[in-house]
Structure formats: structure tokens, C-alpha cells
Design a protein. Structure first.
Length: 211
């Protein structure tokens, strides 16, 4: 929940697509949708509010188009799927209701292959690790990914194979001052934070002695 919906989905490390094994897909979708439906949307300065507005109207329109595209391609809206109405902050603000999309195609729609940057969670069913790795690693970006499993060997194997700079294993909180932060591919190069981040502020000098 936190990995997807913090700051209404508007952080660089927010989870984008949820890959759920087909054996637990229906059960996960039902329980997850219940949690999402319970999120309180409104003015972030009001106590108890968990989901605030999107950054501007253009972002709101973009999210609407992405959801409409997914639905037109066969996805089903389980929760949300629309702008906040008059009941949300008196109808004032760029609010999009927390959304869960089922039966989302694994390719061909923007919600499964691009950063959403909004409170929309597309659920994609998979059968084996190879399928998920192929789908994730063909993306042009690679900042963060999250794995939830009880199998330690799978966590290591999968974590090492993912084409991203950071992997959260059974946690949605991966940022820490003592840990290197950064990605690969179009998500950038280099790291900030930890000892690795110090290299970005240093200039290496090479002295060669002839003996």
C-alpha cells in the first residue's frame, strides 16, 4: 500500500505495475481492493486524510486517459477509476480516486509499461518468474522494484536478475540515508546517499611513479 499510494502515487519509487501469481490473483485483488477503497481522500492538511491531490490539472487528465486506455483494452475497474467528485474537498482540487485495475494486459497499455505517477494500481497475472522478469526488464526505466515472497532463494535470485537499481524485499520502504539511492537505464546513473554517494562529490587524481 505504501509503495504504491504514498503522496498519491507521485514519487519516483512508487510501485507501478503489480504482478500477481495467477493462483492467488483473485484473492489478492479482493483484499487489496478493500484496503484501497478504505483510503481517505481529501485535503492533505486535514487529519486522517491519506490521499491528497495530483500536482496539477494536466496530471489529472493524464491519469484519466491512462485508465480509459486500459479499460478500452479489457481491464476492469475494481475500485475508483474516476476524478474525485463534489464529496472530495468540496469538488475543489485535482483529485483522482485511488484505483485498482484488474485483468490489465501485460503490454500494449501505458499503465503496464510506463510510470503512472498517480494513485492507480494495475494488477497483471503471471505464471512463472521468467515471464515477470522479461516484462520488467524490457522497460526503458529501472529505478526500483519490490518483491514479496517467503522463499529466500527466490528473493535473492529474482532480486539479482531485475534490471533496477534498488529492490525492496517484503518491504515498500527502501530509501535510507545510509543506503545508496539510484537506478539504471533511463532512470539515471550514479548513486546518492551512503558511501557510494560520496564519489559524486570527489575528483579522483592519478599519480604514476616510474620505477
Amino acid at each position: 500500500m505504501l509503495a504504491k499510494f504514498r503522496n498519491a502515487g507521485q514519487t519516483c519509487v512508487c510501485a507501478n505495475t503489480f504482478f500477481v501469481h495467477r493462483d492467488i490473483y483473485s484473492a489478492f485483488a479482493e483484499k487489496f481492493s478493500e484496503r484501497v477503497a478504505a483510503l481517505k481522500v481529501g485535503d492533505g492538511l486535514v487529519p486522517g486524510v491519506q490521499i491528497g491531490p495530483l500536482i496539477h490539472g494536466a496530471a489529472l487528465s493524464t491519469i484519466e486517459k491512462k485508465v480509459a486506455e486500459a479499460v478500452a483494452s479489457g481491464a476492469k475497474v475494481m475500485v475508483g477509476g474516476s476524478r474525485g467528485g463534489a464529496e472530495i474537498n468540496g469538488g475543489v482540487g485535482n483529485f483522482f480516486m485511488p484505483t485498482v485495475l484488474l485483468n490489465v494486459p501485460s503490454s500494449g497499455v501505458s499503465v503496464s509499461c510506463e510510470e503512472i505517477f498517480g494513485p492507480v494500481a494495475p494488477l497483471v497475472s503471471f505464471e512463472n518468474e521468467a515471464d515477470v522478469l522479461a516484462l520488467v526488464n524490457k522497460a526503458s526505466v529501472g529505478l526500483a522494484a519490490y518483491i514479496y515472497t517467503k522463499d529466500v532463494s527466490r528473493a535473492w535470485r529474482f532480486g539479482e536478475a531485475l534490471g533496477v537499481g534498488m529492490v525492496g524485499i517484503n518491504t515498500g520502504l527502501i530509501s535510507a540515508a545510509q543506503a545508496p539511492f539510484g537506478g539504471v537505464k533511463e532512470s539515471g546513473f550514479g548513486r546518492e546517499g551512503a558511501a557510494e554517494g560520496l564519489a559524486e562529490y570527489t575528483s579522483t587524481k592519478y599519480l604514476m611513479w616510474g620505477i
